[in-house]
Write a protein that binds this ligand. Structure first.
Ligand SMILES: [Zn+2]
Length: 78
């Protein structure tokens, strides 16, 4: 068994996270790309509120641009 550290690992996938401000307490809540209109719960004040979904084509475009993760790696690390 090797005691050496493994080489730095590339990302194998990605998720886009969007922030929504709670209308009750103004907390910014991170939500991974919501593609459907939905209700979210604030983790501070515990109240629920509806959020607007994001466009699936825009999310898909960004994922393609980054090769679903690995293509976003800092070129200095390659
Ligand atoms: Zn809140």
């Amino acid at each position: 068994m090797s005691r050496q550290q493994p080489a730095p690992v590339k990302p194998s996938g990605m998720e886009l996270v969007f922030f929504y401000v709670c209308p009750y307490c103004r907390r910014q809540i991170p939500v991974p790309a919501p593609l459907q209109p939905s209700m979210i719960a604030c983790d501070v004040c515990r109240r629920n509120f509806p959020i607007m979904p994001v466009d699936r084509h825009s999310v898909h475009f960004v994922r393609i641009m980054f090769g679903d993760g690995p293509a976003a790696v800092d070129p200095d690390y390659l």
